[in-house]
Design a protein around this ligand. Structure first.
Ligand code: FES
Length: 100
């Protein structure tokens, strides 16, 4: 099974992780600090913008992540790092989800 490349734009750090790994775990492996709260997809503290190299690079957001993103008014390009799981390809994470 191919590893997934996860790049954290602000820090410039990149890690390669197993499919199914959360972006929060990838951040930990990369040594990137992320402000977290509930770690269960409910508070939205760790919302960030995610750009994928292919449509299936991430597992689709489901409950409770999707309703939390909707409640926060964040679009399809945003994910909660504690809940979002990578699947394949390359994913870039930017910490600007709440700035737009
Ligand atoms: S830490 Fe609360 S939603 Fe991720």
């Amino acid at each position: 099974m191919d590893l997934v490349e996860v790049h954290f734009a602000e820090s410039g750090k990149t890690v390669f992780v197993q499919p199914g790994t959360t972006l929060l775990a990838a951040a930990g492996l990369a040594g990137v600090e992320v402000l977290t709260g509930c770690t269960r997809g409910m508070c939205g503290t760790d919302a960030m913008r995610v750009t994928c190299s292919r449509p299936d690079a991430m597992v689709a957001a489901v409950d409770p992540e999707r309703p939390t993103l909707d409640r926060m008014g964040l679009g399809e390009g945003c994910r909660l790092l504690c809940s979002a799981r990578v699947q394949c390809g390359r994913v870039e994470v930017r910490g600007d989800a709440l700035v737009d």
